[in-house]
Design a binder for this molecule. Structure first.
Ligand code: NAD
Length: 363
């Protein structure tokens, strides 16, 4: 199969759909890869590296969309890209269609086969192609929070790990899923004093086992949240209720009970945020202060470490790409129900139940 990798065109998107080592793997399996010139240059993947891995280089996106049988990307296609898709062509990327009727309509009109990373499932009920970005965001939340705690950023002027003779910072993580666990790992490495709250007792038991009791666990309820944030230097919001907006677990009134200069990092901002005072920010202007509490609410955190994120994404997507390329999309989706869950649009029809329901398409 000929697999095409266009350069991402969304504002400040430096990730790319495939690394040179991913290309090498596909080529070793008998496939051809066509990469748009400079697609990975911003994160240090040069055209020469792609050529050495076995790819050909296309001079523009039109050529990639014109020739490839499957298009591999990172972000949802922009309208100009949707119009380049051809009938029967496979598109494998993040789509996030439910809040995006325009993209859904354009993809349906393209007559292409659109498989979304975010709805591919695994045998444990997880979302294996979303998890790498949650790992990145969780780990980044601690470095973003540590920076925001510095005095020059409006923070309390507290070092996460303290020093000998001075107590470490108190980090509270609300939500102990992929983001929360990765945040806790980084905070532990920095020497902070950590508490994780989750409303799943099973999850809290797992966390207790994983960290061997070195992290405190608390049931997530309003009394425990109330009490923990009063003492906290850094609070990480990492909750997820699949398919729903994040619950507002910290209200504006509660900010007054916190220490001045404490920091809230709302990783759940892409689901509306779990603090009442959260609003989406960007890497260019990531923080703002409300009632003396510093907020960091960047909606696309992994984009800030685009090279690491690209490598993590290719690690996760490559096995599915290989299935689609080796067997052809029809057989690959027939054989693998988890990959089939990724099918959102197929030749003019919306084939994902939740997307169809949200946008009023027949299913
Ligand atoms: P996950 O499903 O792995 O974990 C979510 C956890 O939240 C679960 O353990 C669940 O039990 C817990 N939870 C649900 N309601 C709760 C409550 N009221 N109190 C405490 N815990 C509660 O999800 P994840 O992959 O860790 O993602 C977490 C959030 O981070 C999501 O909103 C996701 O979209 C977001 N995210 C944001 C970025 C970004 O760049 N901002 C990047 C990746 C993920």
């Amino acid at each position: 199969m000929l697999i095409g990798v266009p350069k991402e065109i969304k504002n400040h998107e430096y990730r790319v759909g495939l690394t040179p080592s991913g290309v090498r793997e596909l080529v070793a399996n008998g496939h051809k890869v066509l990469v748009q010139t400079q697609a990975g240059l911003a994160i240090g993947f040069t055209d020469e590296q792609y050529i050495q891995a076995g790819a050909s280089i296309a001079s523009n996106a039109e050529e990639v969309f014109e020739r490839a049988e499957m298009i591999v990307k990172v972000k949802e296609p922009q309208p100009v890209e949707c119009r380049l898709l051809r009938p029967g062509q496979v598109l494998f990327t993040y789509l996030h269609l439910a809040p995006d009727p325009e993209q859904t309509k354009l993809l349906a009109e393209s007559d292409a086969i659109a498989v979304a990373y975010e709805t591919v499932t695994d045998e444990r009920g997880g979302l294996p192609l979303l998890a790498p970005m949650s790992e990145v965001a969780g780990r980044m939340a601690i470095q973003a929070g540590a920076h925001a705690l510095e005095k020059a950023q409006g923070g309390r002027g507290v070092l996460l790990g303290g020093v000998p003779g001075v107590a470490p910072a108190k980090v509270v993580v609300i939500g102990g899923g992929v983001v929360g666990l990765n945040a806790a790992r980084m905070a532990m490495g920095a020497g902070a004093d950590i508490t994780i709250l989750d409303k799943s007792l099973t999850r809290l038991k797992e966390i207790d086992m994983v960290f061997g009791g070195r992290i405190k666990t608390l049931m997530s309820n309003s009394a425990n949240i109330d009490e923990s944030i009063r003492e906290a230097d850094l609070v990480i919001g990492a909750v997820l209720i699949p398919g729903a907006a994040a619950p507002k677990l910290v209200t504006r009134a509660m900010l007054k009970t916190m220490k001045p200069g404490a920091v809230l990092v709302d990783v759940a901002i892409d689901q509306g945020g779990c603090f009442e005072t959260s609003r989406p920010t960007t890497h260019q202007d990531p923080i703002y202060t409300v009632d003396g509490i510093v907020h960091y609410c960047v909606a696309n955190m992994p984009g800030g470490v685009a090279r690491t994120s690209t490598q993590a994404l290719t690690n996760a997507t490559l096995p599915y790409m290989l299935e689609l390329a080796n067997k052809g999309w029809r057989q690959a989706l027939l054989d693998n129900a988890h990959l089939r869950n990724g099918l959102n649009i197929c030749r003019g029809r919306v084939t994902h139940q939740a997307v169809a329901k949200d946008l009023g398409y027949a299913y």
